[in-house]
Design a protein around this ligand. Sequence first.
Ligand SMILES: Cc1cc2nc3c(=O)[nH]c(=O)nc-3n(C[C@H](O)[C@H](O)[C@H](O)COP(=O)(O)OP(=O)(O)OC[C@H]3O[C@@H](n4cnc5c(N)ncnc54)[C@H](O)[C@@H]3O)c2cc1C
Length: 414
Amino acid sequence: MFDYLLTDQQKALKKEAREFVKTIPRQMILDMDADKIRFPKEFLQEAGRRNLMGCRYPEKWGGRGMDWVSTCMVMEEIGILGYIFACTFGVGAELVCDAVILHGTDAQKEKYVKPLLRGEMFAAECLTEPRGGSDFFGTTTTAVDKGDHFILNGQKRFIVGGEGADYFLVYAKTDPDAEPRNGISCFIVDRTDGVETQYLYGLMGCRGGGAARMVFKDVKVPKENLLGEPNQGVKVFNTMMIPERLGTAAMTIGAAVPAVDIATGYTSKRKAFGQPVAQFQGVSFQVAEAVTLLDASRSMIYTTARAVDEKIHDKQIRRMVSESKKFVTESCQKAVHNAMQVMGGIGYTNIYPVERIFRDLRLASIWTGTNEVMAMIIANEWYKAYWKDKSAGKIRDMEPDAEEALAAEEKIFE
Ligand SMILES: Cc1cc2nc3c(=O)[nH]c(=O)nc-3n(C[C@H](O)[C@H](O)[C@H](O)COP(=O)(O)OP(=O)(O)OC[C@H]3O[C@@H](n4cnc5c(N)ncnc54)[C@H](O)[C@@H]3O)c2cc1C
């Protein structure tokens, strides 16, 4: 639908991603959902061989020198296979590598980005702890400076790729006396002595991605594996929120598409009261709503991606990315809900993949920052922007545009 916005290079990349998606065997999707596959290495290896991961990074580090619009497009296409395929694709290539590309040394990019984008290495992001995920600054994992290395201790929870990853991006407190903003550092931690995958979670959906609790016990992390400046992990965290949330939103669209497609085909063929159910407005209007929500989501994603590419004002991007994550994930969940509803009982069975997609997409509004946290950021940025513009007199004062606007005694605020 939005192909007219794409360049020829982007269209060609989209075609490549679609061709790749077609090659993934149905059995792999079923085995992931049945937890028979614990981490989809073969899928990532093939994505790497095809150079589909990290297309926005410079060619020098294994990318294609493209942009965020291209990344969102690829994430949407990969999502069609299932949300967990896009999760594992995104966490390593689009999240962890993003942090290394933006904050890492050339040696770190050489060692950790290039092999990952070739599909020869896998990575996980370790932010959430058993004591909580929303409060990033409350981290209790510690890393103590021992001269040429740090000693890392702590636990991280729900880590996609906990099973399967070769290295981990870990946030830990390095200055316990400082304000949290100035006391957390970010590390690249190899799977080495003291790094243990302790618990694989039984999930409602999104299975097969190796989501685990990770324990780090007296892990020796070389100094050269500090990512960015010491005690300034927040700077890495802030930039990572873009791929976390924008990427999540883009892939959610792709993951919802098959449900709406299947429902469209089904309702065109399925008859009730002697006619295809799609001829009942109660049915076709639900499909229309689902399609509208998907298209509105795309509009939002590609506008936000463009804003990130253009590097417009930081605060505005923060709000746009959070709005995109919240709006798109909730819209896609609603689209899948409608798809299941119009299929009647069969939509609730495993005869069609709609029930799996429904289970998978429940995660979308929980991970990479819950949608409540997104609302908190949106509200925060919106109120600040409103008062800033207002006091600068940037917009017409619309309050007097009412008949009784001068009734000051009626304007009571306390
Ligand atoms: C399948 C799966 C995969 C995941 N993958 C990863 C991963 O790879 N790496 C990683 O680091 N994490 C991962 N996560 C963790 C995920 O990001 C967190 O679960 C999420 O951020 C919420 O943290 P929490 O579960 O600790 O909930 P809590 O922080 O305990 O929140 C509980 C509830 O309180 C609400 N809440 C909290 N604070 C506020 C507030 N200030 N205002 C309003 N409401 C609030 C939340 O919205 C939520 O509804 C994954 C989770 C799952 C389920």
